[in-house]
Design a protein around this ligand. Sequence first.
Ligand SMILES: N[C@@H](CCC(=O)N[C@@H](CS)C(=O)NCC(=O)O)C(=O)O
Length: 200
Amino acid sequence: MDIYGDKRSGNCYKLQLAAGLLGIEYDWHDVDILKGESRSADFLALNPAGEIPLVVLDDGRRLSESNAIINYFAEGTPLAPIDAYHRATIQQWQFWEQYNHEPRIAVARFIKLYQGLPEARRAEFDALQKPGHRALNLMDQRLLNQPWLAGDQLSMADISLYAYTHVAGDGGFDLSPYAGINAWLARITEQPGYVALEAG
Ligand SMILES: N[C@@H](CCC(=O)N[C@@H](CS)C(=O)NCC(=O)O)C(=O)O
């Protein structure tokens, strides 16, 4: 399969990490979002949403949305539980990630890492810190008591949340107070097939 993405993006890294853990091979195609490549006519023909990551399967079918893609990767493997309630708890964390975590942590990281914290976005950056820490605190409360976010084993919920949590420092978030999160981050790096984010 072909993956279109940006090596600094946490949403794209979710695919690299899931593929590593599952032993899935792919060809990687860099898309430079700062140069507008995700909005080019050629790319919009592949994904009308104009966003990465995007997967083109060997039969030509396409899939976007990072969490939908990694759930597709996991289908039929031990990382996708059969039990309906367990699957729903994984999705519960993934929907929460997209609405409450990524819009704070990833956006603050984008402003600081990609854009160099321009003065014009300073107030927005500062305003993201409090809700970002609220999201981190919620994860920490869970992870102080349980090794994994959903159920009692590693799941795609962990991959989805690991992506931007482990680089939250790039967005100005100090992770040192979060003992539960730090132990969980270490557990994930110990998984067979773990791959690190290549570019930060
Ligand atoms: N909900 C989407 C978000 C994807 C997203 O925000 N992609 C960003 C890069 S991380 C992007 O393509 N930005 C370029 C643009 O919007 O033009 C997902 O989880 O895949």
